[in-house]
Design a binder for this molecule. Structure first.
Ligand code: SF4
Length: 127
């Protein structure tokens, strides 16, 4: 999940710190840890994949992370989410796995201990 270098800080104050990225093409960066390998793990991911994870830079995550929806959060499957989970040995999320949190709470199933967790931080990304 590459993004233009200008979307990282300090060039973009709301983007991830450039030090947390690697250059993958002349004009594109990726989050460190996601640039290759069979089970990529983003430097921003904290927690145990499959148990409980979160993105420690959620407010400053790059655009690809903001665009990727977990499967069924919006009522549709996400092949990219499913692939990311599979790379960590996790099954795809199912519609039944996604239960909206009560008003005022935010406990998505992919971050919980029973939902299997996502291979990314918080609600998006490839971890
Ligand atoms: S959402 Fe996932 S991939 Fe994106 S910055 Fe956070 S931990 Fe990394």
């Amino acid at each position: 999940m590459a993004f233009h270098w200008s979307l990282a800080a300090p060039y973009h104050p709301e983007g991830p710190d450039e030090a947390l990225t690697v250059r993958v093409r002349p004009f594109e960066l990726a989050m460190r840890g996601t640039e290759g390998g069979s089970a990529p793990r983003c430097i921003g991911l904290q927690g145990e994949v499959g148990r409980r994870v979160a993105c420690r830079l959620y407010e400053r995550r790059p655009p690809p992370c903001r665009e990727l929806m977990p499967s069924w959060e919006d009522g549709r499957p996400s092949p990219q989410c499913d692939r990311a989970r599979a790379r960590h040995g996790l099954p795809p999320l199912r519609p039944a796995d996604f239960t909206p949190a009560p008003p005022g709470e935010h406990t998505p199933p992919w971050a919980g201990e029973t939902g299997g967790g996502a291979a990314d931080g918080g609600r998006a990304g490839l971890g």
